[in-house]
Design a protein. Sequence first.
Length: 95
Amino acid sequence: MLNFEYKLNLCNLLINNASLRLFQEVRELEPYRTDFMEYYSTALWHLQQEVSLSALAQDMLEQDKMSAAAWCCAGNCLDLQKDREQALKFFQRAI
């Protein structure tokens, strides 16, 4: 019998993989969309997909440096790279 933590982790992984596929489709159809991309970056962060998260953060900042979502993406990217101080600055910039 599977323990509760394992089931919870499996559930989170399935939800995140499903959301990743959905967000990837959105990015293909609307590459300049910034709305809700902070959620996509959070899913990438949870799944430790550093390359995809870095590409998303770069794209988002190139598109709109005034977007809170762009700074959240960049903050998630830096946090994944263990640059916590800079990540916090970027999250604060998003607020």
